[in-house]
Write a protein that binds this ligand. Structure first.
Ligand code: PMP
Length: 390
């Protein structure tokens, strides 16, 4: 059988995070490894009521096949929300997808031939490497600083390699929690404008800002780009709904690619989510998530400052679900991982998040999926493991 698999399958590794999640199924382990939202944040009752309404009142339509683009009122809702935030988007420029992860796959399918260039952040979202990797591109990476990418390096890379895509996560990035400043957003747009490279801006965490002021998407300064969104972090990931916002020319190709993949996204789920968004107080719901995650982030950052040895630093994200720890030069977070598992605590070693030249002394910690007691205890355990390795 081995000889029959397509070449692309030998080049794309299994998700390291998914492998780690298997280790952390043991209930004694406190896991900062997964990228899971807190289930206490899900609108359980509201979704149950919305589902019941859809199934009672609209089941003939909701259980039927539907259009590839998605449920029009849901696309209108998304477009209006963008407009309220100052980004002009039409409902026809929205394609509903099976999570934003499918958006990444469709973008890869539409744009990438084998050996085409894709620029990603250094480090970047692991499953974007996986999604684009299926189309066998050449990855290049651009270093992420505190306020966004190294724009000099980005400009040079675009000139030299003429990549098809630049993929980035400007809000509370997975894995680092870093956000682009407004200046960097404008600068990135300026660099990309005449470059012949398409910007793919991934924004699943933008609504979970718990500090600072909202910043516009780069698409605002570069309308001819692709912007991905998701309901996973603001409603629930199990519903598997996200979207792609793109202009007519790109949208046309994305729709064809999606037709070939799955005809359309779960229509029942689209109507339920739309019911939830329009019949309940969504702002109140979002505030609940923001308050919860802010408290968890504060506790994790404070515990790190209290218990971790000198020489270990971490980012202090203004939103999202992750923070990024840097160990002293030369210390391997993979080795730390083995010690940490013995202390019954898990995280994701940074190595997994680099498309090239991994930095071994980094690691990602998730703060959204643990309660306050677990955050303090888990950081203490991690500090014990750190004392051993340092
Ligand atoms: N992009 C980023 C940066 C993410 O962190 C995630 C979720 N881990 C996704 C996309 C995919 O999210 P979903 O498919 O659930 O919308």
């Amino acid at each position: 059988m081995k000889d029959l698999f397509a070449d692309r399958m030998s080049k794309v590794p299994k998700s390291f995070v998914r492998e780690i999640l298997k280790v952390t199924e043991d209930s004694n382990i406190i896991s900062f490894g997964g990228g899971l939202p807190n289930p206490d944040s899900f609108p359980h009752t509201e979704i149950a009521e919305a589902a019941s309404k859809v199934l009672t009142l609209e089941s003939r339509e909701a259980l039927q096949y539907s259009t590839t683009e998605g449920y029009k009122p849901l696309r209108e809702y998304i477009a209006q929300r963008y407009c309220k935030g100052g980004l002009k988007v039409d409902a026809d420029e929205i394609l509903i997808t099976n999570g934003s992860q499918q958006g990444l796959d469709l973008v890869g399918k539409v744009f990438l031939n084998k050996d085409d260039g894709v620029v990603v952040e250094h480090p970047t979202y692991l499953a974007a490497i996986q999604a684009f990797g299926m189309y066998e591109p050449k990855f290049h990476s651009v270093k992420l600083m505190e306020d966004g990418p190294d724009t000099v390096a980005l400009e040079n890379l675009l000139k030299k390699e003429k990549p098809k895509l630049f993929y980035c996560v400007p809000n509370f990035q997975n894995p680092t929690g870093i956000s682009y400043s407004e200046d960097k957003r404008r600068e990135v747009a300026g660099i990309l404008r005449e470059s012949g490279t398409v910007l793919v801006e991934d924004n699943p965490y933008g609504e979970i800002r718990f500090m600072g002021k909202d910043l516009p998407p780069i698409k605002k300064f570069l309308p001819d780009s692709v912007l991905l969104g998701s309901f996973s972090k603001v409603v629930a990931p199990g519903i598997r709904l996200g979207w792609v916002a793109a202009g007519e020319e790109v949208m046309d190709k994305l729709v064809t690619a999606k037709q070939a993949s799955d005809l359309h996204s779960n229509y029942l789920a689209q109507r339920i989510v739309h019911g939830f968004l329009t019949q309940y107080d969504v702002e109140k719901h979002l505030d609940k998530i923001r308050t919860m995650y802010r408290r968890q982030r504060d506790l994790m950052v404070n515990s790190i400052e209290k218990y971790f040895p000198d020489g270990v630093t971490c980012t202090k994200p203004e939103g999202g679900m992750f923070l990024w720890v840097t160990l002293p030069e030369g210390v391997s977070s993979m080795e730390l991982f083995d010690l940490a598992i013995k202390e019954n605590v898990a995280f994701v070693p940074g190595k997994a998040f680099y498309a090239e030249d991994p930095e071994i002394n980094t690691m990602r910690l998730n703060f959204s999926n643990s309660n306050e007691e677990k955050i303090v205890e888990g950081i203490k355990r991690l500090a014990n493991a750190l004392e051993k390795i340092l």
